[in-house]
Write a protein of this length. Sequence first.
Lengths: 293, 337, 418
Amino acid sequence: MSSQAIFVLFNGLASGMAFFLVAAGLTWVFGILKILNLAHGAFFMLGAYIAFTVGGGWPASIWSFLGVALIAAAAIGVLGYLTDQLVLKRLRDVDYHYALIATFGLMLFCEGAAKFIWGTDYQAVMPPPEVDRAVVVGGSYISVYTLFVIGIGVSVFAALEIIMHRTWAGKIMRAVSNDPWMAGTLGINVPMVLMVSVIASFALAGFAGGILVPNQALSPHVGASFVLYAFMAVVIGGLGSIRGTFLACILLGLVESANATFLSQYGGIAIYVVLAIFLVWKPTGLFPAQGAT
Amino acid sequence: MDQHSSTLMQGRPAFSSPMLKAAVLALLFILLLSAPAMLNAGLLFWVGMTMIQAVFALSWNLLFGFTGLASFGHAGFYAIGAYFTGAALRYDFPLPFLGILALAGIFGALVALAIGVVALKRLTGIFLAVLTVALTEAMAKIIGFSPALGEQDGLGNIPRPIVGFGVFNLDLTHSNDYYRFLLVAVALMVAALWWVVHSRIGRSFRAVREDAERARFIGINVTRVRVLSFMISGGTAALAGALSAPWTRIVTLDQVNWLASTQPILNSLLGGFTSFWGPVVGAAVYTAINYWTRTFAGLSEMLVGGILVLVILIAPTGIVGLLGKLTRRIRKNGDRT
Amino acid sequence: MKRRTVLKGFAASAGVALGMNATYLRAQSAPIRIGASYALSGVGAPVGTQMLVGTQIAAQQINRAGGLLGREVELVIRDDKYNSAESVAVARELAGDGINLMLGGSQTVTALGLAPLAPELNMVAIIVAAAGMPVTHELFNRNIFRTTANNYTQYGSLGRTLIEQNPEIKTWISLAPDGDFGRDSALFFGRAVEKYAPSGEVTVLDTIYAQATATDFRTQINQLMSSDADGLYLGIAASAQISFFQQARSVGLYDKFKAIGEVGNGDITGKAMGRNTHPNLWSVCHWLHNQEPFASNPVSQQLYKDYVEMKGEDFPSGQVAAGHRAALALFAGIDKAQSTETEDVITAMENLTFESVGGTVRFRPEDHQMLGLNYYSQMGPSTEAPHFQFNQVTSVDASEMIEPANPGQPFKIEELSQ
């Protein structure tokens, strides 16, 4: 393989896994609540800020870095519980467009709140020292931190796969996702499952914030750059399908990376073309959810 | 068909006696017409923008509220009109201004036709929403790479037009003159949309929204109706954009992103999408909120966001719906006494 | 800005308003109302809020000294949201409110909306910090004055500074945002490097482009790492620049590039990167209170003193001086005209000379472009908080680097004789 191709591959995987870390929570909550949470990126951003506040700009080690990301996950999970109680729970039985607008309002509110709490100055967090260097693969410079992100992304995917398909909790989740009414008549505590899903989705956003914060400058707008890709991945993957979202993220990452390398004068366009083609070719995504319309 | 109209009646607020409505509209038109004499230039600018946003929101709601399709990339149509008109005026296309406006609307409708033919057969709901977002973002990228359209900086220094009517010329260079032109144009467009909604075409839109299967059963070509609605909506949005270019005198990429696309959605839901006038009310209220919060730099996002969440939780049928509920309650109380 | 300072800012602006009312009776007549439109939200906010502070201090200073023409100066502050349509709305609102003097255009996007509007609104508009060439060329009109160096002068001077300070670097490259401004600044930088290279033997490689608001620069970084260059001009600004440094540092770009000249983030990058700041990073510099020649300049000393008093912080951003300078220019113009009428102020400002934090500056009458010394700072990491420091400041006289005035016509570098 040429050095360029190696670079495109690694860079694409790294971007794809970054997208996936953000998209995982999004697709989960979509699968179960049928809500496209526009505020997901804002909670990702809050997670990044919390990680910065707790851990500072120079993580001492990879373990403290991961610990801080888990703290961010827990904090955003708590916010998820509050959001669910105050907002989302009241919108369960109404047209999904209302939830869309409500989450849009939440997004604005969170960005405003972040500015109020942390100010508008940019901040930067460095990768933990163990991964803060580069390896040269076939003439291309690849940062070890991006390999670390790839590893975390794959781990999160594996964990979600095991939870969803190998555990009792996952079976309940899938039952509620497929047919909440039927699940309810079978004695499953549906409201509880929905609440847990929201908390888990938010916690995943917070975790992603903690892991990806060394990736780029920290500002109240940091969520926007990831979340649009995450939306696209969720749609291409098939709404609510974690497997589909994972594959879609890799695809989008590779397309974006190849676009930047081979067609740099038109950077950022290919990803939209691919999405449009996919929507027309496979309107219900790679792994259509049962009952999705 | 009877059942459809009965569901419509439910959505209609109770205070809508036709005479009262006509009187309110006439009063509003007169007020807006005399606005240049009463308001300072800055407020007048906002009033003009609100009228444009109202038409933009109406165009979106024609699609959503009346045909049941949600576009999340409506800013794309708006931008087609705005950039086309901006470029035509800036580079002195040999076309009369009314011709430019007409072409802008036609372009919007043609793009909608192209998207509709390819996508509307297969896509509805969230998929259509995401497709429209993607196309709009792609368009923003392409504009960003086009030097003639100002790339990232936007297309600035757009001159205001002089409209030729053969015998006489209408000079719209001054803000007040362009404002009056804008008001008349907006009024005509609102009237046209009102006619569409209340015509046979509008009834077929609603039939498709209520139940596409049944509409098909009674002989309505669902895809064709959807494409037609998409075309009218896209053309109107492009016209709104076209009217905005000489008003702001600059068109930028801020008007082409997905946040810009959410503006008509917010206005429609805020005002109430079940009513024809809801988006207009929403646009006015949204501008008012923005205007009042403009001096709270740094807090305005929190206020606007918080208000939106509250509106959805407290008044999900929008302001018009809330008003309708209130008047119904008052009437009921009145009947009792 | 921290929450505390936001609150203080509110208190301060409220105080300005209240103070106006209290002192209103003392003044001979109504206050002189001046519009101040900066990006206070949106991506331009980190820069815009600092500039506003400088403008507010300038207004306080002039009011302490008895006001202008015996009248109090009152700022009418607005947020242009880093959005050209919004800046247009703000200017119209201010004009409708009877204001004919304003500061705005803190960035190119807002300046492009504001500039063509000034004659229609019969305003004097000070373009605070937008460097785009059109402002004093094809968009030129008599009502606008620019109080910052233009793109050609600024980045030509930066290129000259870098090659003169780092003559051992023989191969240069640029990473610039795709767009007029980015392409031009990289071109001007490269031309100046070639022109001012002491030995004459330098190579300037083809510019690499990225999107101005990109968040992932790995592809461009890989291209830079694979190039032969060891000197870099970085045209990417704001948060994108910090993302670039974050991603570049961990693949060893700091070791490869011996010197970097950046577009103008200055301490914004330093504060974010701290001890991971590139060791030889040159920036466009508006002000560094503790470096010569600023340290011994009385205007600078007073600005620093007032800043500390107002904000309770002792490390002001250089952008504060940009907002301060723009306000001083307008105040000096009003004072010279002895009038607040648009036409009088324009006439007075065309040949105006005034003192800023960086010494004497003046306007070029033909195209209303400010001329003076342009400063460039070099920074690097430090072991003490805030973990970065400015090591030196150099200057280039703008009149040596500026293009001939050609108002109304687009600037074309090919038409300049070398």
